[in-house]
Design a protein around this ligand. Structure first.
Ligand code: SF4
Length: 324
């Protein structure tokens, strides 16, 4: 059995539900009850959150055979700007909890998929050595994601298990040996400043590591259930900085910060507006084809990460947030 995000289950024809943004990546989760005890995570060792939750999303269980058949039947189609009914899957992402048995199971599933599907596969797990990264890539995995989550070792020590330094070193080593195949997840709002997050983004980008930004989302039953998510202006500035950095339009060194807050992008207003006017900066970031609908968001509220092309009024709203 494997857990499938509820939106993925809909795309695979396993669940019928009304949804306004379909995932363009199949999100699959392996394992239950992580060995680690991250303060924000529903799957953490001591979390009392529902077992079928990861962030805000529920992940029902399905037999692997059914999921694999659904994936094998889907073709690659352009995701960006497609009408919802035309959207198909661009990528398959296995989220693996910290558990060796779960990782071994995922390797079998990746082998199985390679016989039937051409869709690129990501494995978001916690490999401990370069050999483990190498083994996953040798199976045909396109991206191995090692989540740093926290922007600094100090924040990491407060909210996560394991070592920030070791994960960072393995990311850099992996990126050096396998350029273009390493990714990481960063969570905005765990207690870091905008400056700390943006300087790390520049550093990871300089090493060719793909970055997926998340907004901290309090989940009932976790140690951080009573904490508040990041303010939207804070998140928008980090998103905009990430976009400018990854597109090569600006570097963190030209930004100005005051008390940790980004207060100047080092660009003329018209220049900044032109760079951000298509709203791309505010869309979900990470591997190509990954849109994670409603992963951090409450339906009906302003979205942290837009899973599809923004409407003009959403772009305007996001732009104005940068200066709040
Ligand atoms: S960016 Fe998306 S596809 Fe890539 S590892 Fe993260 S969740 Fe998976």
């Amino acid at each position: 059995m494997i857990r499938c995000s509820i939106g993925t289950a809909k795309v695979l024809g396993l669940k019928s539900l009304k949804i306004d943004a379909l995932p363009t990546t199949a999100y699959l989760m392996a394992g239950e009850k992580c060995h680690f005890n991250c303060a924000f995570c529903a799957q953490a060792r001591e979390s009392t959150a529902r077992a079928d939750l990861l962030s805000r999303v529920s992940w029902p269980l399905y037999p692997w055979k059914k999921v694999a058949e659904g994936l094998a039947g889907l073709s690659l189609r352009p995701a960006r700007n497609s009408a919802p009914e035309e959207v198909s899957l661009q990528r398959i992402c296995f989220q693996v909890i910290q558990d060796q048995e779960a990782l071994e199971q995922v390797k079998d599933w990746v082998r199985d998929l390679s016989q039937h599907s051409l869709i690129p596969v990501c494995v978001s797990a916690g490999p401990k050595s370069l050999d483990e990264v190498k083994e996953l890539l040798a199976l045909g995995v396109d991206h191995v994601s090692i989540a740093l989550d926290a922007a600094t070792p100090t924040v990491f020590a407060r909210v996560k298990d394991g070592s920030w330094e070791k994960r960072y070193a393995l990311l850099l080593e992996g990126a050096q040996h396998f350029p273009g195949h390493l990714a990481t997840h960063l969570i905005v709002g765990l207690g870091e400043s905008e400056e700390e997050m943006i300087r790390l983004i520049q550093d990871l980008q300089d090493h060719g590591i793909t970055i997926a930004l998340f907004a901290f989302t309090p989940v009932r039953g976790t140690r951080m259930e009573h904490m508040t998510p990041p303010a939207l202006p804070h998140y928008r500035r980090v998103q905009a900085a990430h976009y400018l950095i990854r597109s090569g339009a600006a570097r963190a060194e030209q930004f100005s910060f005051e008390g940790g807050k980004l207060n100047d992008f080092g660009l003329r207003d018209e220049e900044l507006h032109a760079l951000l006017q298509d709203g791309e900066a505010f869309r979900t970031s990470g591997c190509s084809g990954c849109n994670r609908p409603y992963y951090n968001e409450t339906p009906g509220e302003e979205l942290y990460n837009y899973p599809q092309t923004l409407q003009p009024e959403e772009i305007e709203q996001a732009w104005l947030r940068l200066f709040e």
